[in-house]
Design a protein around this ligand. Sequence first.
Ligand code: ADP
Ligand code: 5GP
Length: 184
Amino acid sequence: MTDPIIVIVSGPGGAGKGTLVEALVARDKQLWLSRSWTTRAQRDGEPDTAYVFVAREDFEKQIAIDGFLEWTEFLGNLYGSPRPEMGSGLDIVLEIELHGAEQVKASHPEAILVFVSPPSREEQQRRLQGRGDPEHHVVERLKKAEDEEREGAKKADVLIINDDLERAVAEIQGIIGAARTARR
Ligand code: ADP
Ligand code: 5GP
């Protein structure tokens, strides 16, 4: 059994990461999307399946048993990826922020870090507001985006601008395709 390809999709809130990874797994049945745990409250209209929504106490118990591949605190909430099942034969997609991405790269140096940016700060704001984020979330995420993009440019293997969704999905599909060819 060959090792799975691990694709990490990172980027500021409202860049479109969730939309991109949903499109990727819908089109590619060999991809498995990790579902993170979070202590953040569920947003209005956010599907129940977006995260495993848990109390901080339960998250901390999971840390104590070393149940996360990576985890971090982001804007006051905990987020973590449960350790994925490695023997399924499927390649793995993680949609996580950069601190978590670094942890995954440390344990799996072959993982591919794709950093997604929005086309502009104005468009990012429109997307966050259009998604129904509470205004303080919008403000926090826009403010954090500057640092994230600076760090992303240094750490990512690939930088993608998500202006046209179809093109951005196709770019990531191309990256995964190339990694599969190289693995053979
Ligand atoms: P993230 O996961 O990066 O926070 P989302 O995937 O939730 O972002 O996208 C934020 C909003 O922007 C959603 O309402 C989504 O439908 C919209 N969106 C995502 N990608 C695009 C795009 N390429 N063009 C226009 N709107 C987009
Ligand atoms: P949001 O609250 O907007 O859903 O997510 C906030 C940030 O946490 C985003 O950058 C998202 O990619 C990141 N994130 C989501 N799940 C995880 C996770 O399991 N681990 C880490 N490190 N970051 C995560």
